[in-house]
Design a protein around this ligand. Structure first.
Ligand SMILES: Nc1nc2c(ncn2[C@@H]2O[C@H](COP(=O)(O)OP(=O)(O)OP(=O)(O)O)[C@@H](O)[C@H]2O)c(=O)[nH]1
Length: 428
């Protein structure tokens, strides 16, 4: 970058588990000659997404991937975001910055930071892309009338999560209708209608597994003739009318002003909390599948690493979003690799949490939800802990890196959902 030139930045938002990290990995794999820096925000204290992005790309956490964890960059981590992106632009040269906001981030304030703060001198917002979980959207707004559903769902104390879904769509320049494979054609058409009603003028694309056109995603999506969403919020922030063109109040701004202090924004506004379950012992394969394939409805999103008895050399990742839950074989644990590789890996990743006996083998899961009974969930998993080295049959778990197995799958209207593998047990 030449002095005085600004770097384009794309803000990637969308609901918990909508497919933002999947899309980001697709982008990095298909970026060609572009040098892309990424910043990943996760609301849990363990940044699973940053690790997944780093694992799938040549970038390392702390080098190409910057992580901001345990909070939300649209509110309590705003200052950290500003510092991180200013430092990034000073220390490295790159062509484009992509910021993956956490699933509970309101995208407007994140984009606004690049226009109003110190970061504005270095960056230019190219666009705000919102990834929509089409299955979740169809289920939430089944009657195609999002505004009505939002109004009905609220319990008065916190805003319903569907409110956030609407806001994320209203702010977007590009809406990616992801998880197309989990909805029927009729449901997808209804989702598109609802999205276009909420955000007229946005570019809308339909995908599965984040397979978007990289050129489109990184292009300058700014449409000066459609100043709805975050730009309208920006204008009102700079002294204009407090209501945007659709007549909605600028609630992200209102909320942000009064929950800036102790209570994290996600909890104060949406009642969303997170906790980490971390154990240095393997889980019984069937027991883990039974619990993790049938989580209580209070869990909105769960993800992390699994150490499974009987498959002690395979690092499994677990991912649940609403009615879907999968276990994937990520590859060998570092501790299962030849010693010289272990040494090299550990030298390059000093942050790796290493145990004298078990190396990096661990079960480390982040649970995000509303009204979760953390103790009951932890106890349910603890019931299935085994001693390291205990014999067990993990035959239904995949071993090939990248292969995954469904523990729970959603059903869609009319057509059945293609299975991603066999089901070890249960499911919901
Ligand atoms: N069936 C299906 N699953 C998908 C698709 N895209 C992503 N997934 C799966 O959905 C889960 C969540 O995907 P992520 O990319 O981690 O979602 P995210 O938005 O980054 O999640 P958070 O950052 O935790 O909010 C993972 O298990 C993905 O493999 C899709 O198009 N179809």
């Amino acid at each position: 970058m030449n002095a005085g030139e600004t770097i384009p930045v794309t803000v990637l938002g969308g609901s918990l588990g909508a497919g933002k990290t999947t899309l980001l990995n697709h982008l990095l794999t298909n970026a060609g000659d572009r040098d892309i820096a990424v910043l990943v925000n996760d609301m849990g204290s363990v940044n699973v997404d940053a690790e997944l992005v780093a694992e799938e790309s040549d970038l390392a956490v702390g080098d190409g991937v910057t992580e901001l964890s345990n909070g939300c960059i649209c509110c309590e981590l705003q200052d950290d975001l500003e510092t991180a992106v200013v430092r990034l632009a000073r220390e490295r040269s790159f062509d484009h910055l992509v910021v993956e906001a956490s699933g509970v981030s309101e995208p407007g304030p994140v984009a606004r930071l690049f226009v109003t703060s110190r970061a504005a001198a270095r960056y230019d917002v190219a666009g705000l892309a919102t990834v929509v979980d089409s299955r979740l959207f169809a289920d939430t707004f089944g009657d195609g009338d999002p505004e009505r559903t939002v109004a009905e769902e609220g319990d008065g104390s916190v805003r319903p999560l569907s409110d956030l879904l609407v806001e994320q769509v209203e702010s977007a320049d590009l809406v990616v209708l992801n998880k197309r494979d989990l909805v029927s054609d009729a449901e997808l058409a209804a989702v598109r209608d609802a999205v276009e009603a909420l955000r007229p003028g946005a570019t809308v694309v339909e995908t599965d597994h984040g397979d978007v056109d990289v050129d489109l995603l990184l292009s300058d999506l700014h449409d000066p003739d459609a100043p709805v969403g975050w730009r309208a919020a920006l204008e009102s922030d700079m002294g204009g009318d407090e209501r945007d063109q659709d007549g909605h109040g600028d609630h992200d701004r209102d909320d942000h002003e009064h929950d800036h202090d102790e209570t994290p924004h996600a909890e104060a506004t949406y009642g969303v909390t997170s906790f980490v379950y971390r154990r240095r012992a393997p889980l019984d394969p069937d027991g883990a599948a039974a619990v993790l394939g049938d989580l209580p409805d209070s869990v909105v999103r769960a993800k992390g690493s699994l150490w499974i008895a009987g498959a002690e050399d395979v690092h499994y990742t677990y991912s649940q979003a609403g009615p879907s839950a999968y276990v994937a074989a990520a590859g060998p644990w570092v501790a299962s690799r030849p010693e010289f590789e272990q040494d090299t890996y550990r030298r390059n990743h000093p942050e790796l949490d290493w145990h004298d006996d078990h190396g990096d083998r661990r079960t480390e899961l982040v649970f995000i939800g509303r009204g979760m009974d953390e103790d009951a969930l932890a106890a349910a998993l603890d019931d299935h802990l085994l001693d390291p080295g205990a014999s067990a049959d993990a035959g239904d778990y995949p071993t090939e890196p990248g292969a995954e197995v469904a523990l729970a799958e959603p059903t869609r209207e009319r057509e059945s959902v293609p299975t991603a593998g066999t089901t070890p047990e249960g499911g919901r």
